[in-house]
Structures are given as C-alpha cells and as structure tokens.
Design a protein around this ligand. Sequence first.
Ligand SMILES: [Zn+2]
Length: 314
Amino acid sequence: MDTYLAVDIGGTQLRAAVYPAGATRPLAQKRILTQAKDQAPIDRLLDLIQSVWPTDHRVCAIGMAAPGPLNPKTGVLFAAPNIPGWVNIPLAQIVQSRFNVPTFLGNDANLAALSEWKFGAGQGYHNLLYITISTGIGGGVIEDDRLLLGHQGLAAEIGHITVLPDGPLCGCGQRGHLEALASGTAIAHYVAEQLALGVPSSLSQIAKPSARDVSLAADQGDPLARSALTRAGTFLGHAIADFLHLFNPQIIVLGGGVSQSGPLWMEAVRSSLSERVISPEYLHGLVITKAALGDDTGLLGALALALSQTSQPA
Ligand SMILES: [Zn+2]
C-alpha cells in the first residue's frame, strides 16, 4: 500500500502520522514533547518519524508543518520562536536525506488553510481565506484552487498587518498589528490594562484572566469582558474587510481558540466587516464559518502538502 507521512512541528510537541493514500484516518500516529534535556529537537523529530515508519508499506512523501517564517520552496526554516537553535535550518533536506523520500515543508497556518480546503469546512470552494485566532493570528489564502505562497513563500502573514498605527506592541516587535489587537493575547492584555485602571469587572477576582476567562465572563454579561470581545472582533472585522478587497474569497474559515467565543464576538466581526467593505458585492454569497478539523489540522495540512506536491488525488 502507498502511504504518506505527515509531521506537525510545534514548540511544545511534535506529532507524526502515517496515512494510506486517499485516506484521512491514520494507520499510526504518535506525539512527543519537542524539547527534552538529553536530546536535541532535530534528533527527536527524526526518531519520531522513524517510530511511526511503516515496515510493510511504501512511504511516497513526507509533509511537515512548522511554525515561524520558512521557505516552502527550499524547505528552509528561518526561525522557530519556541525552539531554541532552530535558525536557518534546512529541515526538509535533513529529513529527506535521512529517509530518502521526497520531503516538503510548509508554514503551519498556510497548511491549516490547505487542510480546511481539502478536508474540512472549505471543501468544494475555489477561493478561501483561513484565519486562526489564538495566542497569535495567522492564516492562509486559497486563490483559484492554489495556496498563495508569494516570492519566498512568506505571503499571507495576515496577523501582521497594521490596523492601528502606533497601537499596542505586537509579538513581532512592530506596533498596531492585527495580532496585537485581536488575538487571545491581545484580549487578555486589554482586560489586564482596564482592570489596572480600576474598571469594575468580575474578572478582577481572577489572577491574570485569559482570553477564555474573558469569553466565559462575557457569556455571563460582564461589561468589561463584553467590551473587550467586541473591541477585538471589531478590529478583526476591519481587517477582514481589507482581506475581502485583496483576495475576494467565497468562504472565510475561522479557527483557533478565540473563534470559539460566543455570538457577541462573531456579531462584532460581521458588523464591522460589513461597515468597511467598499461594495456589498464582496458580501454577496460570502460564507463565514468555523474551522472543522480542530487539533488535527496541522497533521492534515502536512498530509495535504505531501499529496499536492506528489500530484496524488486526495
Ligand atoms: Zn506583528
């Protein structure tokens, strides 16, 4: 049987799975911690792949999803913020020379877009925008049935567009980016600031409330929590209006923890984006929906990458 091996690389854990050609249910899968005292992350990655390698099936290709800026055309990872020492590392080449199988590397948010398009909420659409809103904001764009990559594969860093010049500091070091205003981190940060100013809220009972705490408090009617979610949703809606103008998608798939916030957040997103579009035509037939693949989106994205690079039907 022909199989494909998918790897999801994160700062906390590494996952690997083997899929039969044409299937999305793995034959085998395993997850381990990315970092350990006595072993380098690259050796842990190679051992993990070895541990799921099928003994009696052929592996046609390996697909890998990784965070951080990387070049999918050369397979070089420029930096992985949560994995010390991984700077300009030729990840695809290292894995390919060890296992002697064509190996491909993609940005995890881009591949999440690919997986939702191939296997999830976006199946059957030709133009899709995927946005993941969790501690950070990332995304990917399917434009006329192709994943948008750009010259070096660095396109679609949609969390790092300026929505408020001189606004709050972003994780990337710049100011006023979407991620600094609408991510889970941004929501928690805004609430902490307001609490420090003495704004009354049930959240003052919690040490360092998270975005999830804010979402739960908003469901209970807490005014600060409600205003924090509305604010974040409004900034996201403004950015989505810009993305509609740039990419004209037919479907927007929202993933990540913040997308699980209640209807208040979603309503803020919808109303602010419809206020900002330059023509109602952008909204005509536009579907906005939640991601369908959950925790497996990275593995399935890596699988979709391996399949697309070897021209096998999904
Ligand atoms: Zn940024």
